[in-house]
Design a protein around this ligand. Structure first.
Ligand code: HEM
Length: 421
């Protein structure tokens, strides 16, 4: 019997084709014949943003935006900007002695998102940050609508309202300021290096070449607001939870959380591996071809890339791959976080900023730890620990396994053994 006949076929009337295992998933994520398809549920936000573009349009948009994310930016941000942001955001929670971890994660990363997206915060007031957090959380709900358990039309309407408010209050003033600066640069009265280094400026400077209308710019900037904070807030909460559980069973590792930054970073990577932002990536075949495992797909077929199965592959991550173990050794050339930042065409822009660069650094330089490790270190330095009176709750609004609330006590000495610090 020829190989042709023993292949499986995907059946579009039933289940979509499924790509499992690390190498197959890796190959599929790099395959240009597979087009992004998980975000069309919320076109009001996601239509033609970077994550949903394909082919030439995606390559061109990615090329102009990627320039902002060179490694020097991640290092600069971590050293120069982030410590002050974290200290400022943490202060009121320290005074109160408690915080809700997903909410805190969102609030601290909203500054990162706004800096990258190009949203000014002229007041610097708490109310202004509150408004940005609420709007960006709504964008996050829109971007993940595929997995929402809420009425999708209701969510779409809420996202539309949030976009209108964001446009009036935040985007239009930020745009006017940047347009005036770009005019001065074009006239020669301002040096090009004086232009703000953010997505909005890049889009305005390239709007004619890239065919960008006002609505497109609004969606792209709103998308970056959520991309920079939503996944990070969830990843922070998962990491804290995994570490808390780990230290209960391995008290000998507790001190290392405060003394060994690279160990803490390994814990973050291990948690990211076990908790990818989405356990699957959906794509549509743009033509008929055979998937990496030999399954034939026809044009228009849906393909599910199973990131979870990739991240749990035992030959690469060990027999205990399904469990959190920061001491595991991982196969050569496989990232410790697996495919949790994607790979190939849509590889995450924020991978180095959020996850850091491990031990890779120039001689004499401090390791680049990433925002997640830095945040956890700050929390542990302030004795953050689960609030025994308020257990964490899963997020019932999504099929993704995220924490909806995770109350912590912070700022006093831990009173009992068995807490994370
Ligand atoms: C723990 C934090 C994060 C995780 C787990 C994460 C995960 C991912 C994943 C899996 C993708 C690819 C999706 C796909 O292939 O369908 C992606 C894309 C993307 N991420 Fe992240 N992300 C994180 C943080 C960030 C941050 C801080 C930014 C900063 C702006 C960011 C910006 C982006 C952008 C712009 C894309 C789209 C890239 C493209 O389509 O070419 N992410 N992210």
């Amino acid at each position: 019997m020829s190989g042709r006949f023993i292949r499986c076929f995907s059946d579009p009337m039933n289940a979509p084709a499924r790509v499992s295992g690390y190498q197959n998933a890796h190959q599929a994520l790099c395959d240009r014949r597979l087009v992004q398809s998980m975000y069309s549920e919320c076109n009001v936000l996601m239509e033609r943003v970077l994550l949903t573009l394909h082919g030439e349009a995606h390559t061109c948009r990615r090329a102009i935006e990627w320039k902002l994310f060179r490694r020097d930016f991640a290092r600069y941000y971590e050293r120069e900007v982030y410590p002050a942001t974290v200290a400022r955001t943490l202060a009121p929670y320290l005074a109160r002695g408690r915080l809700d971890l997903p909410e805190f994660g969102f609030r601290v990363n909203i500054n990162l998102s706004a800096d990258i997206a190009g949203i000014d915060r002229p007041d610097g007031a708490i109310e202004e940050t509150d408004a940005l957090v609420a709007l960006t959380r709504k964008f996050g709900e829109g971007a993940t609508l595929f997995h929402s358990t809420r009425d999708k039309d209701v969510v779409r309407n809420e996202v539309t309202d949030a976009l209108n408010e964001f446009n009036q209050r935040f985007l239009l003033p930020a745009k006017s300021r940047r347009e005036a600066l770009l005019t001065r640069i074009a006239e020669g009265s301002l040096a090009e290096e004086e232009a703000p280094r953010d997505i909005l400026t890049v889009l305005l400077a390239n709007r004619a070449d890239q065919d960008l209308d006002d609505d497109m710019i609004l969606r792209e900037v709103a998308f970056f607001m959520q991309a920079g904070s939503h996944s990070s807030a969830n990843a922070l909460t998962h990491s804290f939870h995994e570490l808390d559980q780990w230290c209960r069973g391995h008290p000998e590792d507790r001190d290392r959380l405060l003394t060994d930054d690279l160990f803490l970073q390994r814990c973050v990577h291990e948690s990211l591996r076990l908790h990818p932002a989405s356990p699957v990536a959906w794509r549509t075949a743009s033509e008929a071809f055979a998937l990496p495992d030999g399954t034939d797909v026809a044009e228009g077929d849906s393909v599910v890339i199973d990131l979870m199965s990739a991240n749990l592959e035992e030959p690469l991550f060990g027999e205990d791959a399904a469990h959190f173990n920061p001491h595991r050794s991982v196969a050569d050339r496989i990232p410790p976080f697996g495919l949790s930042f994607g790979i190939g065409i849509h590889t995450c822009f924020g991978r180095d900023i959020a996850g850091g660069l491990g031990n890779a650094r120039a001689e004499g330089e401090a390791p680049h730890l990433g925002t997640l490790t830095n945040l956890l270190r700050n929390l542990f330095q302030h004795h953050a620990r689960p609030d025994p009176a308020n257990p964490p709750l899963v997020d019932a609004g999504t099929e993704r396994h995220n924490w909806g609330s995770y109350p912590l006590l912070i700022g006093q000495e831990p009173d009992t053994a068995g807490t994370a610090t």
